[in-house]
Design a protein around this ligand. Structure first.
Ligand code: BGC
Length: 259
C-alpha cells in the first residue's frame, strides 16, 4: 500500500532512502524540521545485493510513497559516490562499483534521483538538524553500523567521501575491529568493545583534531553504555538523529541538489 502524502513539494518535502547492509529504508522528510512526514518503509537488502536486485529494492521503497510530482529523491549508499558513480562497495556486491545507482533508479522510477555516501548524508542531517547544527570548527560524524562511516564537516561545510572507517590501524581495516557489526559478530560486551573504539578515535583525533565527534548508527541508541567509557580529548556525543540521519540527509541533499 502506498503512504499518501498530504504536503506539496512547495511545503518542503523530499524523500530520502538509506541503503544499508541489511535494510533499504526510506521516508519522506519535512525539510523544515528534519522529521519524517510519513511512516518509514523498510525492505530487506537483497542478498547478494547485485545491482538489479538492489535497484528493485530501492524502487520498491520509493514507489511505496505516493509522492507529489517534483519531490526531490535522494539515495544514500555505503560507498564512495562521485558524481553519482559508486566507486567502492565494502559491504555490498562489488558489481555495483562503476555504476550510477541514482541514474539506474531514476530510469526505473521515472523521477530524478540524487546519490550520496550514507555517512555524508548522515553528517549533512546532523549539520542541518542535529548535534552538529551551528557547531563551529571541525566536526567529525561517524556511523558505527555494518561498517564505519565518516563525515567531516568544517564550519558547516561537508568534505565528502572521507572513508575513515578504512583507516589501517594496528594492521587491520578499522571497521573490521571497531564497527557495530564487529561487536555483534564477536559477541563483545560494550566494555569489551570500548577499547577498540578508544583506539580508533585516538587515531582519528591524532590525524584530524576535530573539535567535536558525533557518533551515529544503530548502536548510538545505546550510547550511554559505551560513550562514557571513552576518554578522548575532543567531546564525543551521540547523533541527535540516531539511525534516521541517513534518510534525512539523503532527502536534504537531494532538495539542495534539485532545488
Ligand atoms: C563504506 C563507507 C560507508 C560506511 C558506513 C564503509 O564500509 O566504505 O562508504 O560510509 O561503510 O556504511
Amino acid at each position: 500500500m502506498n503512504a499518501t502524502l498530504t504536503a506539496s513539494p512547495s511545503a518542503g518535502i523530499a524523500l530520502g532512502v538509506d541503503i544499508g547492509g541489511s535494510g533499504v529504508k526510506g521516508a519522506p522528510v519535512d525539510l523544515a524540521t528534519g522529521e519524517f512526514a510519513a511512516e518509514r518503509c523498510r525492505v530487506a537488502t537483497p542478498q547478494p545485493s547485485v545491482p538489479e536486485a538492489l535497484i528493485g529494492a530501492v524502487a520498491e521503497v520509493i514507489e511505496h510513497f505516493d509522492l507529489p510530482e517534483g519531490t526531490p529523491i535522494g539515495v544514500a549508499y555505503p560507498g564512495v559516490v562521485i558524481d553519482g558513480i559508486m566507486m567502492s562497495a565494502a559491504n555490498l556486491d562489488k558489481g555495483l562499483i562503476g555504476l550510477s545507482l541514482p541514474a539506474l533508479v531514476e530510469e526505473r522510477v521515472g523521477r530524478p534521483v540524487f546519490g550520496a555516501n550514507d555517512a555524508d548524508a548522515a553528517g549533512f542531517a546532523e549539520i542541518a538538524f542535529g548535534s552538529a547544527k551551528g557547531v563551529p570548527g571541525t566536526v567529525l560524524v561517524t556511523t558505527l553500523g555494518t561498517g564505519i562511516g565518516s563525515a567531516l564537516i568544517n564550519n558547516g561545510f561537508l568534505i565528502p567521501n572521507t572513508e575513515l572507517g578504512h583507516l589501517e590501524i594496528d594492521g587491520l581495516d578499522a571497521e573490521v575491529r571497531a564497527s557495530g557489526a564487529a561487536r555483534d559478530r564477536e559477541g563483545l560486551s560494550f566494555r569489551e568493545w570500548a577499547p577498540r573504539l578508544q583506539r580508533y578515535f585516538e587515531v582519528v583525533d591524532f590525524l584530524l583534531h576535530p573539535d567535536l565527534i558525533v557518533v551515529g548508527g544503530g548502536v548510538s541508541r545505546k550510547h550511554e553504555k559505551f560513550l562514557p567509557l571513552l576518554q578522548l580529548r575532543p567531546p564525543i556525543i551521540p547523533a541527535a538523529l540516531r539511525n534516521t540521519a541517513g534518510i534525512v540527509g539523503a532527502a536534504a541533499l537531494a532538495a539542495q541538489a534539485f532545488g
